[in-house]
Ligand binder design. Structure first.
Ligand SMILES: Cc1cc2nc3c(=O)[nH]c(=O)nc-3n(C[C@H](O)[C@H](O)[C@H](O)COP(=O)(O)OP(=O)(O)OC[C@H]3O[C@@H](n4cnc5c(N)ncnc54)[C@H](O)[C@@H]3O)c2cc1C
Length: 382
């Protein structure tokens, strides 16, 4: 059997972080000391966002080697990701509104920002890092988004699209909702305003004096995004002979069924024509490599492009689909089902549905359920 190279790399990186980094995470996580030097954080997001590493298995690994108290901050950050995913599942119209947004596509100020020519030294250097490394530190993403929205006064949606284009870990939920959080749209009226002193301190004085908007107001919007009731709930048993897998969930273990029971597993690469954002070449190559790695690890799997899948979909009565979450992959497969008459049976992981039921309000409320979520989704207690 083919060994998944990315899975091996990801597990090695996780083990190393749990051994050497998790204990100092709370103390060091806010520092960004420069490209390629992110030792205070795990740098695991490119694997977590494609579910090469499964959030609940990470919790299991951490808790098997550390006390809850010593790893608390890191565990909470994993739950931020779970929270954002759940929140968007409860309000998918937020994704649709972002996707359909037509805020400037071409504009001089936007071009300057996207090419790192604003004259704001820290910002321009982060643009270069994003383009070269396809990663930014969390604190830097917050400063970046804040400068984009409040100092450069550019639409948040353009910034969110720019991130999705270049980040290896680009994710519909974490990205859209974090940008909205910075703007003051998630927690209405509470925005994140970057401060020059904070940037200087947490970059080890690499950027000692940045001129920023000082007292900007939070953004407001007319739309009220209501809770929707059709959130995916219980996993249903396998119904069909074929299974579809998309880039957002490449976790092989702990499936609600066995992948090898299927006659065929289609591992689908979503082409540009089916995405709301044109990804940069590094991100495209990374995703293709993850998908091929995954498909080669199964004897019955086939790597296939979204266009090729459309051409065979009408010959299939129906397919099981590893639930790909609110985002482009889900929009694609729902569209194919509608246009090609192919029925879908979503396989939703039980850990997700358990946690998502608590993600209807703010993170503070979600956190109240942390102990029960850990108990339900791992073999540990908090
Ligand atoms: C404007 C903005 C946009 C963002 N866009 C994305 C995105 O597209 N994809 C994405 O995965 N994350 C996004 N994040 C969240 C966070 O910045 C990254 O997950 C984190 O920086 C990844 O680096 P790491 O793996 O070294 O994180 P670590 O600090 O080591 O954290 C471990 C893991 O916890 C999760 N996590 C940590 N912080 C957050 C957070 N604030 N929100 C959600 N999950 C978190 C991630 O899965 C991360 O890999 C965004 C944050 C902001 C402020």
């Amino acid at each position: 059997m083919h060994k998944q190279k990315h899975l091996i790399d990801a597990r090695r990186q996780l083990d190393q972080f749990v051994r050497d980094g998790v204990h100092s995470y709370a103390e060091l996580r806010n520092f960004d000391i420069g490209p390629g030097q992110h030792s205070g954080v795990s740098h695991l997001s490119k694997y977590i966002s494609h579910r090469v590493l499964f959030e609940y298995e990470i919790l299991e690994t951490v808790l098997s080697q550390c006390s809850y108290a010593s790893a608390e901050k890191f565990i909470q950050e994993i739950f931020w990701r779970i929270y954002w995913k759940g929140w968007l599942e409860n309000r998918p119209s937020v994704w649709q509104a972002f996707k359909n947004d037509a805020s400037l596509q071409e504009d001089e100020a936007l071009n300057k920002a996207q090419n790192g020519r604003t004259g704001i030294a820290c910002f321009d250097s982060w643009v270069e890092e994003l383009r070269d490394h396809n990663y930014l530190h969390n604190h830097t993403r917050m400063w970046f988004a804040s400068i984009w929205i409040f100092t450069l006064k550019l639409p948040w949606q353009c910034g969110a699209r720019f991130f999705l284009q270049h980040l290896y870990d680009g994710d519909a939920a974490s990205n859209t909702l974090s940008w909205r959080w910075v703007a003051g749209l998630h927690t209405k009226g509470k925005h994140y305003v970057a401060k020059a002193s904070n940037i200087a301190k947490y970059t080890n004085n690499r950027f000692p004096s940045t001129q920023l908007a000082k007292t900007p107001l939070p953004l407001i919007e007319d739309t009220q995004f209501e809770l929707e009731k059709n959130m995916p709930t219980a996993s249903r048993p396998s119904k069909y002979k074929q299974l579809l897998v998309f880039e957002n969930d490449l976790y092989l273990g702990d499936a609600n069924h066995s992948y090898s029971d299927y006659e065929g597993v289609y591992v689908i690469y979503l082409e540009t024509c089916h995405r709301s954002i044109t990804l940069c070449p590094n991100v495209v190559n990374f995703k293709k490599s993850l998908l091929m790695d995954f498909s080669e690890s199964l004897g019955n799997a086939k790597y296939i492009t979204s266009r090729d899948f459309i051409s065979i979909a009408s010959q299939l009565d129906g397919v099981d689909v590893v639930y790909p979450f609110v985002g482009d992959c889900l929009d694609f497969i729902n569209d194919v089902a509608r246009t090609q008459g192919c029925a879908l049976n979503f396989v939703v992981r039980a850990q997700d549905t358990h946690c998502w039921q608590h993600a209807k309000k703010g993170f503070f409320n979600f956190k109240k359920h942390l102990a029960s979520m850990i108990q339900e989704t791992t073999s540990f207690t908090a």
